[in-house]
Ligand binder design. Structure first.
Ligand code: X5A
Ligand code: ZN
Length: 670
């Protein structure tokens, strides 16, 4: 199952023909530079290339009015003066005699990508198109957009394939108001957008782009706006919104298809966005969406105006779609105060719509966000026409060196080797590390084989591994010791079991233990118990633990190796949820993960191996409300840990509590 790339040079054959500072950023080079970058790093060749065809009138009429379509159809015959006049009736958009043709190709590429993914020809894909689409409305062009490519694709998928629920993630730095308008009363399309807002001062400056616009009528709750009220947002701000807003809601919604308004003007160096998230972050944004909808993920290019930043971001994104490991999200700080304010407001605005947010804190009493504040001081002239943004530099994304072996398995001889995996042989020689521990004779070769696997991951000879062992609990300590001896930071994740395995090294490790029987209180800083009293079979509670605690902790910790151990007693945890966990944790540590499964759990070998190889996990179904007792326990834990782990924060009050050194805790909603 491959990754589709849709591109046609024809879409570079239109440009701005007059002077207009508001439109000059949108140039043909955006596409040529992105495509050339994909070719030169060998990524284009790894994709399934699908020729682009024009969208039909019927496709376009799924979203646009007949009058508007007819009007746009006349533009190829207009004089320069008429084109200018025509464009002037809309906001921040230009027309060229070839605009209409290119706009039909852009929308056509979007529906073709949906075809390719829905028919199973490919798993996922990217449509590299211009003009972009998310600002265009039923009867209006806007913000460089002519036809709303993604909105058309969503309707098309519903109509042609009977897709019930579509999730649209708009990570472009502008609000896709056109998409919002198209679906605001429609509960079958969940639209999520974050956007530079600055209390309504940033283009397009709409009141309805704020967090309190949650959708209308039946669609109430299905429109999620995250306003950025300051520029300079960083990787941790983006990730915090994914962990604490988008992902829990998306999993509860359970889409059949995910579409992305993939604008890269949200990356550093962009003159429009003025944000500071690095191109690497798109590997994680992409990765975190790849286990929804059984992996059916279609990205359509929107904005992105710094050619360097744009090309790097496009490459990182396609690499991730292809299944390569994501770069380590190093040096994450916590979200900034302004981001926390936004997160708190969005979560509060949606607490009645989504059960995963039911226990979110209420919004702060005096709400700052919608008020238009007095003119802001400095930066206006500082960033005039993106000059300052031009001077910004950032390190190039890491070259990804693929290990020769993706997934090694250490499984009983009588078991067939799962597809795409390489069998690893039991080591004959007990190495010194294993000898030191007093294990019985049989365990020793297995243990030294496990520590060998760790060594191979450290050398990047293998990416990840799966081992069936006689005693998972006993195997953990030597594995972690081996990794710390190699100066590797290890994240241990234990699911099931009654106690955290003993004798785990503390220096350079962090262990999270998710289980019914986990202790209520953390015993030390290096070991965090997550107790789900109703058991791991409550998928909603488990999902909550993953998104609100485990992933933020894991990303902030930034391990070099993940050790995932399934202890006896994890039986209640369904195969689907387990595969989701495996899939999501692959985003850490360059994908270096060792999974331990207990003898007797052999039925899990095939699904686990498949997730380690990058196959999407099966959807969890529409999640019901989690058990109250468990949500509250997870929420208490999150609040308790947020002084030490900044990515766990979800509200702005925390700063005062922490910096003033008092024990005032963050207010919980109820
Ligand atoms: C697709 C996109 C931005 C328009 C900005 C107009 N449009 N000032 O990024
Ligand atoms: Zn944009």
């Amino acid at each position: 199952m491959g990754t589709a790339l849709l591109y046609d040079e024809e879409m570079t054959r239109y440009k701005l023909l007059w002077l207009d500072p508001d439109c000059e950023l949108e140039r043909p080079e955006r596409l040529t530079a992105s495509h050339e970058a994909l070719v030169s790093c060998g990524l284009a060749a790894r994709c399934v290339s699908i020729p682009v065809r024009q969208a039909t009138d019927d496709d376009i009429l799924l979203i646009h009015s007949e009058q508007y379509l007819e009007a746009v159809k006349t533009t190829p015959y207009m004089t320069l003066e008429d084109l200018r006049e025509f464009a002037l009736q809309y906001g921040d958009v230009y027309f060229h005699p070839n605009s209409y043709h290119c706009a039909t190709l852009a929308a056509g590429a979007a529906v073709q990508l949906v075809d390719a993914v829905m028919t199973g020809r490919v798993r996922n894909g990217l449509a590299l198109v211009r003009p972009p689409g998310h600002h265009s409305m039923r009867s209006a062009a806007n913000g460089f957009c002519v036809f709303n490519n993604v909105a058309i694709a969503a309707k098309y998928a519903q109509q042609k394939y009977g897709v019930q629920r579509v999730l649209i993630v708009d990570w472009d730095i502008h609000h896709g108001q056109g998409v919002q308008y198209a679906f605001e009363d429609d509960p079958s399309v969940l639209y999520f957008s974050w956007h530079r807002y600055e209390h309504q001062k940033f283009w397009p400056g709409l009141r309805e782009s704020d967090y309190d616009n949650v959708g209308k009528d039946k669609g109430a709750g299905f429109n999620i706006n995250v306003p950025w009220n300051k520029v300079g947002m960083q990787n941790s701000d983006y990730l915090a919104v994914f962990f604490h807003v988008l992902l829990p809601v998306a999993y509860e919604f359970c889409p059949d298809l995910v579409l992305v308004c993939a604008g890269f003007d949200s990356a550093i160096g962009d003159p429009e966005g003025e944000m500071c998230a690095t191109p690497d972050i798109f590997a994680h944004l992409t990765h975190l969406l790849m286990n929804l909808a059984g992996g059916k993920l279609c990205l359509m290019l929107e904005g992105g105006y710094n050619l360097t930043s744009l090309s790097q971001s496009v490459c990182v994104t396609v690499r991730t779609l292809l299944g390569d490991p994501a770069p380590r999200p190093a040096n994450l700080q916590g979200p900034c105060q302004s981001a926390l304010e936004s997160i708190q407001c969005v979560r509060a605005a949606h607490r009645n719509s989504w059960s995963c947010l039911e226990h979110a804190a209420r919004a702060p009493p005096s709400q700052i966000s919608t008020k238009l504040e007095e003119k802001e001081k400095e930066k206006e002239d500082k960033f005039e026409s993106g000059e300052a943004a031009d001077g910004i530099t950032w390190p190039e994304p890491h070259a990804c060196v693929l290990p020769p072996v993706r997934t090694a398995v250490l499984i009983p001889e009588e078991m067939a080797c799962p597809d795409g995996c390489k069998r690893s042989n039991l080591s004959q020689h007990a190495d010194s590390l294993a000898e030191k521990e007093d294990f019985d004779g049989d365990a020793v070769p297995t243990l030294s084989s496990l520590t060998e696997l760790v060594g191979k991951m450290e050398k990047n000879e293998i990416c990840n591994a799966l081992a069936v062992v006689g005693d998972v609990s006993m195997a953990m300590a030597p594995v972690m010791q081996r990794a710390t001896a190699l100066k590797q930071r290890v994240l241990g994740v234990c699911v099931g079991g009654t106690e955290v395995p003993s004798h785990l090294p503390e220096d350079g490790t962090l262990t999270v233990h998710i289980s019914k029987e986990a202790p209520e209180e953390p015993r030390c800083k290096h070991s965090i118990p997550v107790r789900l009293k109703s058991g791991l079979g409550d998928t909603s509670g488990f999902a909550q633990a993953i998104f609100s605690v485990l992933l933020p902790l894991a990303y902030e910790y930034d391990p070099a190796l993940v050790l995932l151990a399934r202890l006896p007693g994890a039986g209640g945890l369904g195969g689907g949820a387990w595969q989701q966990l495996v899939g999501l944790l692959r985003g850490l540590a360059w994908g270096h993960m060792l999974v331990l499964v207990q003898e007797g759990d052999e039925a899990l070998v095939t699904p686990t191996a498949s997730s380690l190889c990058g196959s999407p996990a099966p959807p969890l179904g529409r999640l019901p409300a989690p058990v109250v007792e468990d949500v509250e326990a997870v929420e208490r834990l999150r609040v308790r840990l947020q002084a030490d782990w900044m990515l766990l924060r979800t509200s702005a009050e925390c700063k005062m509590a922490v910096s003033s050194g008092t024990s005032r805790s963050c207010l919980l909603g109820t």
